[in-house]
Each structure stands twice: as structure tokens, then as C-alpha cells.
Design a protein around this ligand. Structure first.
Ligand code: ATP
Ligand code: MG
Length: 406
């Protein structure tokens, strides 16, 4: 195992340094060490794939990544997708002298001014109390140096165009233009769930939201070839690959539900077909979860978004689940979900036009408020034991161990 604590964030000529603020995990008191260990492990695993050779260092309340000069973009891509990070910035490192710090602040001031900011403010934090200036003194000295070096770039304490941050720790760090991270908790700190992944907009967002709460994910996709096309399966695999950038090691189970679908069409009233299909999905997904050891199911349902998502119909579907069902989107509207889909980088794939089985087989007049008792009676009459067993036995599996991300 590599040493992590007490190493100096050493930076060689031409290398870049990113300063990372862990998120909510700083609130977790006694558990903080465990959360940080998981975050560090996730960070290392992602860097190994996309920025090999990059190094991770940790200090109380801070992580640092040092990478080669041409790896900055990859590192930024990773930091933007890693749950448990509140924010990060590329930082300049200076020796702990007033002169060296002033010079670094001037360089950062120039960069900030070039990015379009018209005014600035300096914020300083001094954990090393042996530094000759206190926080206020640092702000004044840095502010004066920047104003003198960048004509017209003025201090504005109330609404600055940009903030230049100074942290005096084992070295002096100077940064601006920080980025917001996903926040939340590191994946692997909250068990593992099984995402019911369709080809739509909602379920990928639901899955990613759970990863931001620290949950690892597997996914199951139900398809009905030849009615659903190979392109629909490819599309779902692409979605799974993107989700795997947030949930490393994601396994995608593709389950052929043609037999189940056929039985529903043969034996059930058409208006019940979608509700019964959902019940069968919950049943099959519970079996996969039991085998794989996932603790819950995750769906992209949002209350009353479509006929199958009334509270009654959700209740019918859930009656066949044997583990808790989590629905992170239940109270969100489509616009908010779409916004997240774009932010998470899944939207472009989600809107590719290959319909899944729910769309293909949805009846013209679906039951809106299915009675639980009636649903149970109809479901039993389907005698799905055989078709479900066959579907599960022939499921295919793809593992996204090392996602390339996007
Ligand atoms: P999505 O945008 O995620 O497809 P949706 O708005 O189309 O959702 P429904 O089709 O009613 O809504 O599906 C509700 C939820 O059921 C989905 O979010 C997903 O979790 C699950 N689901 C639906 N179809 C499938 C499928 N073919 N395979 C796996 N899960 C599915
Ligand atoms: Mg759908």
C-alpha cells in the first residue's frame, strides 16, 4: 500500500497540482477517517485509469493531486464526477516566505484578470501559525501586490469578480477559479443498489443521484427482442458506461423479458399490461439483487409523471419487490430531471430514439389506479415462475470495471 499521510505534496518541474476539498464527509465526526479512506481509494482508482502516474496526497481536510502537465483535463474530468468532493481548484505552490507568496498571488491575479474578472478579493487561511503575517496581513499584502502589478484590477470586498484564495499549510497554496464538485459521500460508503435502467432520461439520473449519496450500483435492463432493437441494448450499455464513471465496477444485466411479456399479453387484460410488467420487473430485479447482494432497488419513477407512476400503480409494482425500492426522483419534475441529466453528461445518449419495451407495449387505456388486490390476483394468474426463471438464467452481463468516462 502506498503511504498517504505525512508525505509532502511534492511537485516536480512542469507538474500541476490540484487542491481538493472533501465534501459532507467532513461532518461525519468519528467516521470521517473511514470516509476519507474510501474517497482516496476512489480517487486513486479513477486516476489510475485516466491519468496514470498522477499522485494523491492527503492532509486533514484537504487532498492534493499532482499530475503531469498534460493531464490536467483528465484530472478535472475525474474530480467533477467523484462523489464526496465539495470543490477543487488548480493551485500554485509557493515557498512559505512573504516574497514568494506575493509573487504567486500576482501570477494568480493576472490569470484571474485574463479570465475576464474586473475586480477581486483575497481570502486567506493560515494553518501554519509560524508564517510571519496573519490572515488579515496576508490579504492586505497580496491585495497591494496584485493591484500594483495589474493596472485597473481593483479590490472589491462586497461583490468581487473573483476570489483569490491563499492557504498557508505545509506550503503556501494560491488559487482562484475554483470548481464546485458533486458533494455528497464517496461511493462505497452506503452499500450497493440495483438500478432498473431503461433507455430513458429518468433512470440514469436516479442512479447517479444515489451514487452521490455514496451508493455503489449495478444495473438491470429488461428488453424484449426482436421487438426491441439491438440498438436499444447498445444505447443502454452506453448509458451504463457513463453511469460507471460515477459508480466504478458497475455490472449491467440485460434480461430478455420476451417470454414474460408474451405471457402477460396472452393472459392479462390489455389495460393492466404495464402494471403487471412493472411487477414482474421488480420480482426479477429482486432475484438478481438477492444473488448479487445488493441492498435495494433504484428506479427513475417520479410521482404521476405517466400512468404507471400514480401512487396506486407504484404500490402495485412495489408489492413484488423483496428489498426496499428507492426512488430519488419521486418529487421532481421533468425539467429539473432533464437539467440534471445534462449536467451529469447522460442526456445526449438518453434521447437517442430507440424505444424500450414499456413504450412498445403500452396499452391505449392503461389502468390509472390499480387495486393492489386485483393486481395480485392477475399477477398470480400469469404463473410467471417458468418465464422468469428462463429470463434470469439467460441474462447477459457486462462489467464496466474501468470506465473511460466521457
Ligand atoms: P425512464 O426515463 O427512466 O425510462 P420513464 O419516465 O420512461 O423512465 P417508465 O417507463 O414508467 O418511466 O419507467 C419507470 C421506471 O421503471 C424507470 O425509471 C426505470 O427505473 C424502470 N424501468 C422501466 N422500463 C425499464 C426497462 N425496460 N428496464 C429496466 N428498468 C425499467
Ligand atoms: Mg422509460
Amino acid at each position: 500500500m502506498r503511504k498517504t499521510v505525512n508525505e509532502s505534496p511534492g511537485q516536480r518541474e512542469g507538474e500541476r497540482l490540484f487542491l481538493i476539498k472533501p465534501g459532507e464527509l467532513t461532518l461525519k465526526g468519528g467516521n470521517r477517517g473511514a470516509f476519507e479512506t474510501i474517497l482516496r481509494r476512489n480517487l486513486r482508482a479513477a486516476l489510475e485509469v485516466r491519468a496514470p502516474g498522477a499522485r494523491v496526497f492527503s492532509r486533514p481536510g484537504r487532498f492534493y493531486v499532482v499530475c503531469a502537465g498534460d493531464q490536467g483535463e483528465q484530472v478535472a474530468g475525474i474530480l467533477g464526477r467523484l462523489a464526496g468532493i465539495a470543490g477543487w481548484a488548480e493551485a500554485r505552490v509557493a515557498a512559505k516566505t512573504v516574497e514568494a507568496l506575493g509573487a504567486a498571488c500576482v501570477e494568480e491575479g493576472k490569470r484571474l484578470a485574463e479570465s475576464g474578472a474586473r475586480s477581486f478579493k483575497v481570502e486567506a487561511r493560515r494553518s501554519d501559525k509560524s508564517f510571519p503575517l496573519d490572515s488579515y496581513g496576508i490579504c492586505c499584502a497580496a491585495g497591494d501586490a496584485i493591484r500594483a502589478a495589474v493596472p485597473g484590477f481593483e479590490v472589491d470586498l462586497k461583490s468581487p469578480g473573483g476570489v483569490i484564495s491563499v492557504e498557508i499549510r505545509e506550503k503556501a497554496y494560491v488559487y482562484s477559479l475554483g470548481k464546485k464538485g458533486l458533494g455528497g459521500l464517496p461511493v462505497g460508503s452506503a452499500g450497493r443498489g440495483l438500478l432498473l435502467l431503461s433507455g430513458g432520461i429518468d433512470s440514469p439520473v436516479a442512479g447517479i443521484l444515489m451514487t452521490i449519496r455514496g451508493m455503489g450500483l449495478d444495473a438491470v435492463y429488461f428488453h424484449t427482442p426482436p421487438y426491441t432493437s439491438p440498438e436499444a441494448l447498445d444505447k443502454t450499455a452506453r448509458l451504463a458506461e457513463t453511469i460507471a464513471a460515477y459508480a466504478p465496477g458497475l455490472r449491467l444485466y440485460a434480461v430478455n423479458f420476451s417470454g414474460v411479456q408474451k405471457r402477460i399479453q396472452e393472459r392479462a387484460p390489455a389495460e393492466w399490461s404495464t402494471v403487471l410488467l412493472r411487477m414482474a420487473m421488480m420480482d426479477a430485479a429482486s432475484s438478481i439483487g438477492e444473488k448479487r447482494g445488493t441492498k435495494c432497488l433504484v428506479t427513475g419513477e417520479s410521482l404521476s409523471q405517466v400512468a404507471s407512476q400514480t401512487v396506486e400503480n407504484i404500490g402495485c409494482a412495489e408489492s413484488r419487490a423483496r428489498v426496499p425500492v428507492l426512488r430519488p426522483l419521486i418529487g421532481m419534475d421533468k425539467e429539473a430531471i432533464t437539467g440534471l441529466s445534462k449536467r451529469f453528461g447522460v442526456y445526449e445518449t438518453s434521447i437517442l430514439p430507440y424505444p424500450d419495451c414499456c413504450v412498445l407495449f403500452s396499452p391505449p387505456h392503461p389502468v390509472l389506479r390499480g387495486s393492489l388486490r386485483e393486481a395480485g390476483r392477475l399477477y398470480e394468474a400469469l404463473e410467471l415462475g417458468g418465464p422468469l426463471r428462463e429470463a434470469l438464467e439467460t441474462a447477459s452481463l457486462q462489467v464496466f470495471r474501468k470506465s473511460r468516462g466521457t
